[in-house]
Design a protein around this ligand. Structure first.
Ligand code: KIV
Ligand code: NA
Length: 264
């Protein structure tokens, strides 16, 4: 059992091995995911929705993220651990550094921030201070009210080109991982081929360097509904460990996501 680091993930991209990612919020599930061999665990601010029952991620605080990050870290031995910076916790440089410090001290090995060009300075500043950053483009849920709902992004050619330009600018600034959410399959493929860093998709088609799912969606226990891009692996296997193991296997062999879970 060799610890997964950002270097492992970079090497996996080079070698064409798909990266399996799942959200986690507590030590018990983190341990179970780790034992099945998940590569990365993300403490997502999705916890506002799946743990707290809010209808967006906006109410989530840094203190809540730090609490869950610490819990996951205590259960994860092998997986690489990434924590979300919640809404408005990286609005200024001062806030960005103080809040990233809190998540790293809680056990995060990387922080994730949603957005494009406006994040360039923050990414550079964090990287210089030893904090690795994951970007997040496409449908960025913290901007749900700006988008007018949880909608697929980058369908128009100009919007697609803009997301590619943002991805390149973030890579240039120093992100070492990127999440793409709810974009057409061709755009997910284009960005994954354009960037040298690993690109993880959720509703971004089968051609990204890895896939991420929210654990509650994967087990069919999300409070609201099953997103098109998710798959209920528990229904298929009838066992939590087998469900996680099959998810990892299907990410590795490229069977997930299929066309039915992707946007054209
Ligand atoms: O909060 C979250 O769970 C996420 C993933 C969906 C990428 O950001
Ligand atoms: Na998130």
């Amino acid at each position: 059992m060799k610890k997964v680091t950002i270097s492992t993930l970079a090497k996996m991209k080079q070698q064409g091995e798909r990266i399996s990612v799942i959200t986690a919020y507590d030590a018990s599930f983190a341990k179970l995911f780790d034992e099945q061999g998940i590569d990365v665990m993300l403490i997502g601010d999705s916890l506002g929705m799946v743990l707290m029952g809010e209808n967006s991620t906006l109410p989530v605080t840094v203190e809540q993220m730090a609490y869950h990050t610490k819990s996951v870290k205590n259960g994860a031995q092998r997986a690489f651990v990434v924590a979300d910076m919640p809404f408005m916790s990286y609005a200024t440089a001062e806030q960005t550094y103080a809040n990233a410090a809190q998540l790293m001290a809680a056990g995060a090995e990387m922080v994730k921030m949603e957005g494009g060009l406006w994040l360039v300075e923050a990414i550079k500043g964090l990287a210089e201070r030893g904090v690795p950053v994951c970007g997040h483009l496409g449908l960025t849920p913290q901007s749900v009210h700006k988008f007018g709902g949880f909608k697929v992004q980058g369908r128009e050619q100009s919007a697609a080109d803009e997301i590619v330009a943002q991805a390149l600018a973030l890579e240039q600034a120093g992100i070492q991982l990127l999440v793409l959410e709810c974009i057409p399959t061709e755009l997910g493929e284009r960005i994954s081929q354009t960037l040298s860093i690993p690109v993880i998709g959720i509703g971004a088609g089968p051609h990204t360097d890895g896939q991420v799912l929210v654990m509650h969606d994967m087990f069919g226990i999300s409070a609201n509904y099953m997103p098109k891009f998710s798959k209920n692996y528990l229904a298929e296997t009838g066992d939590i460990r087998k469900a996680v193991s099959l998810y990892i296997e299907e990410v590795k062999n490229g069977r997930f996501p299929s066309e039915q879970h992707s946007f054209s």
